[in-house]
Design a protein around this ligand. Structure first.
Ligand SMILES: NC(=O)c1ccc[n+]([C@@H]2O[C@H](COP(=O)([O-])OP(=O)(O)OC[C@H]3O[C@@H](n4cnc5c(N)ncnc54)[C@H](OP(=O)(O)O)[C@@H]3O)[C@@H](O)[C@H]2O)c1
Length: 323
């Protein structure tokens, strides 16, 4: 089978299409013939080499989110999954392939009205946005800022905050055109990447969902209301400065909170319940899935060039040629 491996960490050109034997599922696993593979922001971060400390090795197959048909099951897995169209989460890799292994505990049936491309755009991002807002103790009536809203997680956070009764949903993004698209998804205020916007913007926010981090993160503490909560769910601009908490201490009397959030800390069963609910909501037309572009699996290099160039609004989806 064809797969895309990281032959050299760094630029997209380090990705290569290789031939591998079809893997066999072991206890608790399934083999999925992939129809759609999500290209997540985290894939670009792993490929860049920024997460070398986590032990990624040359030859790593990227991709955590896939949809397709169950082709084989390992010991202990209900054989009724065979032949079912499913969404699955492989973990930190293995997804950029014509066939991929996933734990059976992550499987969800694809709703009849949902395409495989839509499923891999919504699945993981939706859960991160949902639980990120919950981690921030968001309640209806509060003001929310989504920093880095134009990617998969941000687009879901905007929609879920709006659906959840936020009194205002502001976003940071890099262009007015992207801002207009985000307004159609529920944003009420559009700020630039530095957090500057119009005169009618809320003076402060109760919740900031931050997908960006990086050098500018501390400047956003000033945008939190008293008792405001900032939750970092991503770091597409890299780590914040080591002294980033000093900005919070400078405003000690505002009783602000900062937290990181990783979906890894959510029990798998809870993630499954929420992802199934989000799939159902999307099937009813209550949530939009934004597929930026569908590319053949063999063009993973192009997909990553587009990611690095900041061209992507929503999610790029890879499809093996046979799909
Ligand atoms: N918490 C979890 O459990 C979890 C799970 C999966 C992934 N992640 C993390 O989430 C992140 C990926 O999320 P994603 O796929 O939604 O993001 P993404 O699409 O890679 O990026 C989101 C947006 O951030 C903006 N941006 C990019 N670089 C920026 C910079 N240097 N400064 C300011 N804004 C910038 C861009 O929008 P504009 O050009 O419009 O500004 C971009 O569309 C990764 O850090 C990944 O590790 C977390």
């Amino acid at each position: 089978m064809k797969a895309v491996a990281v032959q050299a960490f760094g630029s997209p050109e380090g990705l290569a299409v290789i031939d591998l034997p079809t893997p066999s599922p072991t206890d608790g696993q399934v083999l999925i013939t992939t129809e759609a593979i999500g290209v997540g922001g985290v894939d670009a971060v792993i490929r860049s080499g920024a997460l070398a400390a986590y032990g990624f090795k040359d030859g790593h197959i990227l991709g955590g989110e896939i949809a397709g048909t169950v082709a084989a099951v390992g010991d202990g897995v209900d054989t009724s999954w065979l032949g079912q169209r499913v969404w699955a989460f492989t973990g930190v890799g293995g997804g950029y392939a014509e066939q991929a292994i996933a734990p059976a505990t992550t499987l969800l049936h694809l709703p009849a009205t949902m395409s495989a491309a839509e499923a891999v755009t919504l699945g993981s991002s939706g859960a991160v946005a949902h639980f990120g807002l919950r981690h921030a103790h968001f309640v209806p009536g509060e003001t929310v800022l989504v920093r880095g809203a134009a990617g998969g997680i941000g687009i879901m956070a905007v929609q879920l905050a709006a659906r959840g009764g936020a009194s205002a949903v502001a976003v940071t993004t890099s262009s007015p055109e992207r801002g207009d698209r985000l307004r159609k998804l529920g944003a009420t205020h559009v700020l630039d990447r530095a957090g500057e916007g119009g005169e009618d913007d809320p003076a402060g926010f109760d919740v900031i969902i931050d997908i960006v981090a990086g050098a500018d993160l501390p400047s956003f503490f000033a945008k939190l209301n008293p008792n405001g909560r900032m939750v970092a769910v991503g770091a597409v601009a890299g780590d914040p400065p080591t002294d980033f908490a000093m900005e919070m201490f400078a405003a000690f009397q505002k009783s602000m909170s900062f937290a990181t959030f990783s979906a890894n800390t959510v029990p798998a069963a809870d993630r499954q319940v929420v992802t199934a609910e989000l799939f159902a909501a999307a099937s009813r037309g209550e949530l939009a899935t934004v597929v930026h572009e569908v590319l053949p699996l063999e063009q993973a290099v192009l997909a990553h060039r587009k990611m690095d160039a900041g061209e992507v609004f929503g999610r790029i989806v890879l499809m093996p040629s046979g799909s």
